[in-house]
Design a protein around this ligand. Structure first.
Ligand code: PXG
Length: 298
């Protein structure tokens, strides 16, 4: 059976799911999106993703022609039609078809589509071995320009960083902000763990998102889980030096979930193997995705 795609209120086979070449999502990257996951019939953090989609659209003054409830129903129905219990969900809202000028006022109606499919970002072996990442020259977008908190269709900043990492033989890029502080990776937030204080208890750290990062929903989930597991947590401005000298580093994102990092710019992180705090958080995250979410049946 061909994959069914939700497109502007209807479900159409993948081969027929087409949008106009005049759509400003394509002409200008004018639009917003979300990447969501379903685990065994539970859509993880669906409300949070819809809220972020609405907030991104609000900032762009892009009117989504659906209510939050309608979006939720359309997502679940797309999963059902494709008989998917475990899936990666992509919802995209573009400015819609207009003319060749960039004025969004010429676009009369937003285009909405939903794809439900599978995604494999990194091979399973890398979750056991850990990633080797590299800092790239392209800095993360300035919040004063295109704020990284907007999950827009304009991903060239991240794509340039990804190209630079791959040119250097790494699968992922560490992006700094314009001041040289750690921002995030191309599709993931960054965390580190280090022993601090007299007792040397592990402290979990991640940079504040105002430095130039997406407010990741996986990031929020990890912060929530650190509380449950009584792991101390702090948002802190971080440099590359801080990361190099961490005991553990890991990345979080809907697609990648929790993936350990064992090398940055040639520097081994801790002993150079995935660490125990990362392992505990990964386990807790897997348990969370197995119990928490919007339930649906096929
Ligand atoms: N930073 C950026 C720039 C992202 O794009 C994250 C952080 C993590 O956010 P969440 O809310 O997912 O924890 C993202 C999300 C892909 C893909 O196709 C990328 C993301 C999500 C889904 C798919 O590479 N990035």
């Amino acid at each position: 059976m061909e994959l069914m795609i939700y497109l502007d209120g209807q479900w159409v086979p993948k081969s027929e799911a087409k949008i106009s070449v005049f759509d400003h999502g394509l002409l200008y990257g004018d639009g917003v999106f979300e990447g969501i996951r379903a685990y065994k019939g539970l859509v993880f953090k669906l409300k949070e993703h819809i809220t972020r989609l609405s907030e991104s659209a609000h900032t762009l003054m892009l009117e989504i022609p659906m209510t939050a409830k309608e979006i939720e129903t359309a997502i679940v129905e797309t999963l059902r039609r494709n008989k998917l219990l475990d899936a990666y969900i992509r919802i995209v809202v573009t400015r819609g078809p207009g003319d060749l000028g960039l004025d969004p006022a010429k676009c009369k109606k937003a285009t909405v589509f939903i794809i439900t499919d599978k995604i494999v970002l990194y091979p399973e072996s890398l979750y056991k071995k850990g990633l080797d990442i590299i800092t790239v020259p392209t800095v993360r977008n300035l919040p004063e320009a295109v704020n990284p908190s907007i999950k827009s269709l304009n991903y060239l900043n991240n794509i340039l960083a990804k190209i630079e990492a791959k040119n250097s033989g790494c699968m992922e890029a560490l992006m700094l902000n314009h001041q040289g502080y750690v921002a995030e990776c191309t599709g993931d937030n960054v965390f580190m763990v280090r022993a601090e204080g007299a007792e040397g208890k592990p402290l979990l750290l991640t940079p504040p998102t105002y430095l130039g990062a997406l407010k990741g929903i996986t990031r929020d989930a990890i912060i929530e889980l650190s509380r449950e597991l009584a792991i101390s947590f702090e948002e802190r401005i971080l440099t590359r030096h801080d990361l190099y000298n961490g005991d553990e580093v890991f990345l979080t994102g809907t697609a990648a979930e929790i993936i350990p990092v064992v090398k940055i710019d040639g520097r081994k992180i801790g002993p150079g193997v995935p660490g125990p705090v990362t392992a505990r958080l990964r386990k807790a995250f897997n348990a969370l995705t197995a119990r928490d979410g919007v339930r649906y049946r096929l």
